[in-house]
Ligand binder design. Structure first.
Ligand code: HPA
Length: 269
């Protein structure tokens, strides 16, 4: 595993003309931020040795390098989901490579189902914390350097970056929500009873990604900032249908606000 990480990082390093310390993972329907990156050069996942290849509709599948908010950044357009059949090591392989390349701050975004009754479709939720509901832990097995065997998770989402995001949102008159993201395997959306259960357990939003990536990033000591775009509401009082198309549409509509906040945090952090 460690050899593969090194191999992929060397392959990229030989081709990189910038030295980003910041990476962004773009979630479902949130690829627009990529078009704001300037001075770009990119690598489709299928060209990168050892990289899994993304399969889901709405996930393009490439690494984009360039500038955003005046900083060198690296962006993943398309991520690897556990429900696609990848192992947890594959799902989180890019974060290991990021660390080797010198990434020290990671911005993650996702589309999620809202369970907090105060949420509306299109809301941007800053992730304060998460609950890991995946059936397999990404750190299961032999411990991978550089992280400890039993990593601390008391501040999975960096408090300073959250405070900075709040300040920026206030300055720009953007209203944001805060909450706990519940990470689940999928690929089914939740039944009304499941939404109700995740809400009872302390969740504000639920989605099928992010948690494994954040755990591995934190294991490497990478700081994390995360946002969820609320694309549907877990209608546990009046059950409503959810579809992937609807999720993509709602995420698309919320992109400009997310881009603005992300760009400004990157500029100021
Ligand atoms: N549940 C799980 N994953 C999701 C949802 C949802 O309601 N919306 C977008 N991704």
């Amino acid at each position: 595993m460690y050899t593969k990480i090194q191999e992929t990082a060397s392959w990229l390093r030989e081709r990189m003309t910038t030295s980003p310390k910041t990476a962004i993972i773009l979630g479902t329907g949130l690829g627009q931020l990529a078009s704001e990156i300037t001075d770009t050069y990119e690598f489709p996942y299928e060209q990168i040795p050892n990289f899994p290849v993304s399969t889901v509709e709405g996930h393009a599948g490439k690494l984009i390098f360039g500038k955003l908010g005046g900083k060198d950044i690296m962006a993943m357009e398309g991520r690897f989901h556990f429900y696609e059949g990848y192992s947890m090591k594959e799902v989180t392989f890019p974060e290991r490579v990021m660390y080797e390349l010198g990434i020290r701050t990671l911005f993650v975004s996702n589309a999620a189902g809202g369970m907090n009754p105060k949420f509306k479709i299109g809301d941007l939720m800053i992730i304060n914390d998460h609950i890991n509901f995946f059936p397999e832990h990404p750190l299961r097995g032999k411990n991978c350097p550089p992280g400890p065997r039993f990593p601390d998770m008391h501040e999975a989402y960096d408090h300073e970056l959250i405070a900075l995001a709040d300040k920026i949102a206030e300055e720009k008159g953007i209203s944001v929500q805060h909450g706990v993201y519940v990470g689940v395997q999928g690929p089914t959306f939740e039944t009304p009873a499941e939404y109700r259960m995740y809400r009872l357990l302390g969740g504000d939003a639920v989605g099928m990604s992010t948690v494994p990536e954040v755990i591995v990033a934190r294991h490497c000591g990478i700081k994390v900032f995360g946002v969820s775009i609320i694309t549907d509401l877990g209608g546990f009082d009046t059950p409503v249908e959810v579809s992937h198309e609807e999720v993509q549409k709602a995420a698309n509509a919320a992109q400009p606000v997310m881009t603005e906040i992300m760009r400004e945090i990157i500029r100021r952090s």
